[in-house]
Design a protein around this ligand. Structure first.
Ligand code: ADP
Ligand code: MG
Ligand code: ZN
Length: 610
C-alpha cells in the first residue's frame, strides 16, 4: 500500500510538471502569432481615423476594436477603445473609407465554457486525484465490489490449538467442526447436519480471532476472513457485493472457513439502526449475508465463523437456526489458563530462573489473553532497556503495573497536593489492611498514571472469585471510601479526587439493595430491570415501584454508604499513628509494596502496645 501511494504522489508531481512544460512550449512557439491588444483613448482613435491610418474597425456595443494599416510584421495589434456616445461615428468611418463591421458583444458560447473550465480545472484535478487515491485504498468504486485477490484470499493460517491457551471448553466444542472439515464425506454419508455458523462470543482480547484461525489451522483448510467494519464502506452497494464475492470465492475453495470478525458492526439489530439515517448500507450488507447463509446447501463444506463481544445487540435473524445457531463462549482465562497463556507467549523469551510465571498467573485475575501477551512483551522490552540478557521477575512485575495502571509518567505536583494524595491512598490501604473481608493490598503508589489518576492503591485477590458475600461487599465499599475518610479525618475537607470513589461506592450500594437483595428493610426482592440496568435513572420507567419504595431504596443506599464510611473512619482513627507514618513514607518513596506496608503497620502497632 505504501509504495502504491508513493507512486500516485509521484504521478501527481509528474502531471504538474507536464502542464508547466506545455505552457512554456506554447508561449515560445505561438507567441509571434498571438494577437496583441492595447488600450487607446477615443481621441487617439479619432486622430488615427482622420490620418487614415486605420485598416479595419469592429464596432461592439460598448467597445470598438481596430487595427492599423502599417502594422509591424507578425501579428496585428488590436487597439481597443471604449465607445463614447458619438452620433457622427458612422459618418466619420464612411468618410475616412475604412471597412467596418459590427458584432453583438456577448461572449461566444465556447468562450464562456472555456472560462468555466479554466476556473474549475484546479478543483476538478484535486477532486480527481483524491478520488483515485481513495478508490485505490478502499478497493472502492473502480473495482466495484470485486475484492482484490489480496483482500479476500483463503490463507492457511498455520496456527494450532497449542498456540491458544486457557480456552478448554471452546476448544472441545470446535473439535467437531474440525473433524467435519477434515472428512466432510463421513458426515455427509451419515446424514449428519452440522451447524452452518459458529459464533464466538467473549470479551475483547480473549483470543476469539486466534481461535478461529487455529480451527482452520487444525483442520488444514483455507481461512477467509473479513472484519465487519470493512463491509460498511462509504460507497453504497459495496458491502453487499463484497459479501457475495466472499462467499463465491469461499465456495470454490471448500472445505474452508469463512470468518467474519467483529460481526456486530454489520449484524446490529435492524430496528435500532433503522432509526439512524445512512445505515441502510449496513442493512443491505446484513441482508446479503443472511441470504448467502440461507442459499448454502447443507453439505457444502464451508463453515462460517464469526466473533463478537456484544452478542446482545445482534439481530435476532442472525442467531436463528440455520444461521449462527451455535454459540461458543470464550471467557476470561482462569489462573490455570493464564499460566498456559503466559507460557505460550514466553516460549521464545529467555527467562531468569527466579521468574515465576505461576505467581504471575495467580495475581492477574481478570486479565485477558491479549493483556497477558502484552505483559510478556512489556517485560522483555524492560529487560532490553536495562541491557539484561534475560527477563527477570522485576521486569514482569513492572510490566503488570504498566498494563494495569497505564504507563508511569513523572509529573511534578506541589507538596500539598502530594500530601493529600498520599493520605488518600493510605486511607484506602489501611482500611483494606484492617478489614478481615477485603483483598490484600498489593501496592500503593502516588506516581501519577498516564490515565490521569494522581495515585492508586492496588489490591489483588488471592484467588479468582465467583461469589462474593455481603461482608466482602461491605468491606469493598469501606475501602473505596477509605481515601475520602482519611481526607476528612486529617484535613477536615474532602477533595474532588474522592468523587470517583464515591461514585463507585454508591453504585455498589445500589446494586446491593436493588439487585442482590441485601437490604434488611426491602428484603430479597430484585428492583432493577431484568437487563441488569440499575435503577439509577430509569427508576421512573418502573411503574410498578411505588414512590415510597423508591424513597426507601435511596434511604437504604445512603445508610450502606454512610455505614461503610464510618467503618473506615473508625479504623483510621484507631490507627492514626500508622496513617501518619505511612503517608510520610509514601511521600518520600512514592511507592510502597504490600509486604512493606504490612511490616510497617505491624511495627507501629507493636510500638503502640509497648
Ligand atoms: P479477540 O479476537 O478475542 O479480541 P484476539 O484473538 O485478537 O482476541 O487476541 C489478540 C492477541 O492476544 C492474540 O493475537 C494473542 O497474541 C493474544 N491472545 C489472546 N487470547 C489468547 C489465548 N487464549 N492464548 C494465547 N494468546 C492469546
Ligand atoms: Mg479479534
Ligand atoms: Zn481513591
Amino acid at each position: 500500500m505504501a509504495s502504491n501511494n508513493k507512486r500516485k504522489q509521484f504521478s501527481l508531481v509528474y502531471f504538474v510538471l507536464m502542464i508547466f512544460l506545455v505552457w512554456i512550449f506554447n508561449d515560445m512557439v505561438f507567441r509571434p502569432y498571438i494577437v496583441k491588444e492595447t488600450e487607446v483613448t477615443y481621441n487617439q482613435f479619432l486622430d488615427y481615423l482622420e490620418g487614415k491610418k486605420i485598416g479595419s474597425v469592429t464596432l461592439g456595443a460598448d467597445r470598438i476594436a481596430f487595427t492599423l494599416k502599417d502594422g509591424a510584421a507578425g501579428a496585428p495589434i488590436v487597439h481597443n477603445v471604449v465607445r463614447v456616445d458619438d452620433a457622427q461615428l458612422v459618418d466619420r468611418l464612411i468618410t475616412s473609407g475604412v471597412s467596418f463591421s459590427a458584432v453583438k458583444q456577448t461572449e461566444g458560447l465556447l468562450q464562456s465554457l472555456m472560462g468555466w473550465v479554466i476556473a474549475f480545472l484546479p478543483l476538478i484535478l484535486i477532486w480527481y486525484f483524491m478520488y483515485k487515491r481513495m478508490s485505490g485504498i478502499g478497493g472502492g468504486v473502480l473495482s466495484f465490489g470485486k475484492n482484490n485477490s489480496q483482500e479476500i484470499r483463503g490463507e492457511k493460517t498455520g496456527i494450532k490449538f497449542s498456540d491458544v491457551g486457557g480456552v478448554g471448553e471452546a476448544e472441545v466444542e470446535l473439535k467437531e467442526i474440525i473433524e467435519y472439515l477434515k472428512e466432510p464425506k463421513r458426515f455427509i454419508h451419515l446424514g449428519a447436519k452440522l451447524p452452518k455458523g459458529v459464533l464466538l462470543v467473549g470479551p475483547p482480547g480473549t483470543g476469539k480471532t486466534l481461535l478461529a484461525k487455529a480451527t482452520a489451522g487444525e483442520a488444514g483448510v483455507s481461512f477467509f476472513s473479513l472484519t465487519g467494519s470493512s463491509f460498511v464502506e462509504m460507497f453504497v452497494g459495496v458491502g453487499a457485493a463484497r459479501v457475495r464475492d466472499l462467499f463465491e470465492q469461499a465456495k470454490k475453495k471448500a472445505p474452508c472457513i469463512v470468518f467474519i470478525d467483529e460481526i456486530d458492526a454489520i449484524g446490529q439489530a435492524r430496528s435500532t439502526i433503522a432509526a439512524m439515517s445512512g445505515n441502510s448500507e449496513r442493512e443491505n450488507t446484513l441482508n446479503q449475508l443472511l441470504a448467502e447463509m440461507d442459499g448454502f446447501k447443507p453439505n457444502t463444506s464451508v463453515i462460517i465463523m464469526a466473533a463478537t463481544n456484544r452478542p446482545e445487540i445482534l439481530d435476532q435473524a442472525l442467531v436463528r437456526p440455520g444461521r449462527f445457531d451455535r454459540q461458543v463462549q470464550v471467557t476470561l482465562p482462569t489462573a490455570e489458563g493464564r499460566l498456559e497463556i503466559l507460557k505460550i507467549h514466553a516460549k521464545d523469551v529467555p527467562l531468569e530462573d527466579e521468574a515465576d510465571l505461576a505467581r504471575m498467573a495467580k495475581i492477574t485475575p481478570g486479565f485477558s489473553g491479549a493483556d497477558l501477551a502484552n505483559i510478556v512483551n512489556e517485560a522483555s522490552l524492560l529487560a532490553v532497556r536495562r541491557s539484561a540478557d534475560k527477563v527477570g521477575m522485576q521486569d514482569l512485575d513492572l510490566a503488570i503495573e504498566r498494563v494495569v495502571a497505564g504507563l508511569q509518567r513523572k509529573t511534578t505536583l506541589s507538596p500539598e497536593v502530594r500530601e493529600k494524595v498520599a493520605y488518600h491512598e493510605v486511607g484506602h490501604a489501611l482500611t483494606a489492611l484492617y478489614l478481615t473481608h477485603s483483598d490484600p493490598v498489593h501496592k500503593i503508589s502516588i506516581i501519577p498514571t498516564a490515565k490521569g489518576a494522581l495515585g492508586y492503591t492496588m489490591q489483588l485477590p488471592e484467588e479468582d472469585q465467583y461469589l462474593t458475600s455481603e461482608d466482602e461487599l461491605r468491606a469493598r465499599m469501606a475501602v473505596m471510601l477509605g481515601g475520602r475518610a482519611a481526607e476528612l479525618l486529617i484535613f477536615g475537607v474532602s477533595t474532588t479526587g474522592a468523587s470517583n470513589d464515591l461514585e463507585r461506592a454508591s453504585m455498589l450500594a445500589r446494586r446491593m439493595v436493588t439487585e442482590f437483595g441485601m437490604s434488611r428493610k426491602l428484603g430479597p426482592i430484585r428492583y432493577s430491570n431484568p437487563e441488569g440496568a440499575y435503577l439509577q435513572n430509569q427508576s421512573s420507567n418502573r411503574t410498578d415501584i411505588s414512590q415510597e419504595t423508591l424513597a426507601c431504596i435511596d434511604e437504604e443506599i445512603r445508610e450502606l454508604v454512610t455505614e461503610a464510611q464510618n467503618m473506615s473512619t473508625s479504623i483510621l482513627t484507631e490507627h492514626r499513628a500508622a496513617l501518619d507514618h505511612i503517608s510520610k513514607t509514601l511521600q518520600e518513596k512514592e511507592i510502597i509494596m504490600g509486604d512493606e506496608l504490612r511490616a510497617i503497620a505491624k511495627e507501629i502497632s507493636a510500638l503502640e502496645r509497648a
